[in-house]
Design a protein around this ligand. Structure first.
Ligand SMILES: [Zn+2]
Length: 522
């Protein structure tokens, strides 16, 4: 996915033709920064005295909220006492004062700031917030934030069924609320604006962990316009995220070449959910339908549909997946110097020899990507192939990348690679007349034409799904048909956007593009 980049950098950012796509992760960070600012303001406002009224009855355990009580806030757009606003965000390097001192001294970073001391306003509890930082794990982060071993274990026991500790990030925050005596009455973990977890001490003195339900407002946006010089500019002019360019490129890859087949005067339409928390933009949610019309590309529509028992994906109007799961090409190339041809005259050996792959001419050093997710089966020198990488994929497919100048670090047999992961660089090693990538594909051991697999449509929906799918297509076609097209950006200003509030969220859906999954907190 264009906008995905994993924390460990294994998946590289997809290069795209003449568009700039901010990483979703950056957007998440930016929106969270905004949230921090809002939250800090809340602390300032409520710590003058109302904080005790709002927070304490629950914190001090007179009426500890069971997990179900937190869930009742679903759909309530008024921010309740949950979640806790962070009192401050401190550098993880700063260790908190020892426990004995914390009973009377508030969070050290608050001293002298505009945030009054929490101890004086919360009737005896203090709140400190730390970032997860570079801790090696959740336990380390708790200890680095001032917990002793017993407390860390108690919190882990309370939260291990709600937090996936493997997905903690350095900027996640940990907020502790302690009594004067230093005992933890509440702990909150903020992974992002919708993934917030708490452990609250109940009447029996036990910390109980739960996920805090954050009400998300979901609005379906319907937009359409003419493309001027760039699709991103057109989206910008309509007030929707430039980052949505990525979804067009991803969904129509293999059917529209956005670097050669788009023209001034092309048009697009999109139906997408916009998600907000208390009016503040959170992210784009499900993209329900996309349309692109070009003088060369014709009109293409894609519909998001979730078959029973499997993940949602984009399908064309006939119910075929928009693509078969392969990259259209495993590199950015200059031209195809030799197609798949079972009866080719070999350019070096000058005799009829099958050409079991596609030769992509490209400069030495051009990055070569895995065409699909898979496991490395070979990485090294192999006769006429020169430096070769082989990858085994689902469905009985193997892909091969030959004549590489170098194989990427870490690529060796047994290593799992993801689609578009860098595996090597174009070269001319082995029996080759110039720098190019020989890309071969086998299906159950037989050589097949990669072009057919890479460009062909994906699998059709099961017959049992078609009735429901056709109903959805009729509905989405009607919606798309109602979207009027705004002039291209350099023309007159865009018309007022049409918005329909479709849902007051009772759940926070991920961005449901197949490859742009949020991290899996549960
Ligand atoms: Zn070749």
């Amino acid at each position: 996915m264009a906008a995905e980049q994993t924390k460990d950098g294994i998946r590289t950012h997809r290069p795209l033709p003449s568009v700039d796509i901010p990483l979703l992760r950056d957007e998440r960070r930016a929106s969270r920064t905004r949230q921090m600012i809002v939250s800090t303001t809340v602390v300032v406002l409520i710590s003058g005295g109302t904080a005790a009224a709002i927070i304490l009855p629950r914190v001090l355990g007179s009426e500890p909220p069971p997990p179900s009580q937190a869930s009742e806030q679903v759909g309530d757009t008024t921010p309740g006492p949950y979640p806790l606003p962070p009192s401050s965000i401190e550098e993880s390097a700063q260790r908190p004062p020892p426990l004995a001192a914390q009973g009377t001294v508030t969070s050290n970073a608050d001293a002298g700031s505009a945030v009054p001391e929490a101890a004086s306003t919360t009737g005896g509890t203090t709140r400190t917030t730390r970032t997860f930082g570079q801790s090696g794990g959740f336990r380390d982060a708790l200890v680095a934030a001032g917990c002793n071993r017993d407390e860390a274990q108690e919190l882990i026991t309370a939260l291990e069924h709600v937090i996936d500790f493997r997905h903690c990030h350095p900027e996640d925050t940990l907020t502790f609320e302690r009594t004067r005596a230093g005992s933890i009455v509440r702990f909150q973990y903020d992974a992002d604006r919708t993934h917030i977890y708490q452990a609250v001490r109940d009447n029996a003195g036990r910390l109980r962990g739960s996920r805090v339900e954050v009400p998300v407002q979901r609005t379906r946006l319907t937009r359409g316009g003419y493309v001027g010089s760039a699709l991103g500019d057109a989206l910008d002019a309509l007030g929707i995220g430039r980052s949505l360019v990525g979804i067009f490129v991803e969904v129509f890859e293999g059917r529209i070449n956005f670097s050669t087949q788009t023209r001034d005067g092309d048009s697009f339409r999109i139906l997408v959910d916009e998600e907000r928390i208390a009016g503040d933009f959170l992210r784009y949610g499900t993209v329900h339908a996309l349309e692109y019309t070009g003088s060369r590309a014709g009109t293409q529509r894609a519909y998001f549909y979730t078959p029973r028992g499997s993940e949602g994906d984009f399908f064309d109007s006939t119910g075929h997946a928009m693509h078969g799961g392969w990259l259209r090409t495993p590199l950015r190339y200059d031209h195809i110097s030799s197609p798949f041809d079972p009866r080719r005259m070999h350019p070096v050996l000058h005799r009829i020899m099958p050409h079991n792959g596609i030769d992509y001419s490209a400069g030495t050093g051009t990055p070569v990507w895995a065409a699909a997710d898979g496991t490395i089966t070979f990485a090294g020198e192999r006769g006429a192939n020169g430096n070769l990488v082989g990858i085994r994929h689902q469905g009985g497919f193997d892909s091969f990348y030959a004549h590489l100048s170098r194989i990427a670090p870490g690529i060796r047999p047994g290593v799992v690679v993801r689609q578009r992961q860098l595996i090597g660089y174009v070269g001319t090693t082995g029996r080759s007349t110039g720098p190019h990538l020989h890309f071969g594909l086998q299906h159950h051991g037989r050589n097949v034409d990669p072009a057919r697999e890479l460009n062909g449509p994906g699998r059709p929906l099961p017959a049992a799904e078609m009735a429901a799918f056709r109903r959805l297509v009729r509905q989405l076609d009607a919606e798309l048909g109602r979207v009027s097209l705004a002039p291209a950006p350099q023309g007159s200003p865009a018309p007022a956007p049409q918005e329909t509030l479709i849902d007051e969220g009772d759940e926070d859906l991920p961005v449901t593009t197949p490859a742009a999954r949020r991290r899996a907190h549960h």
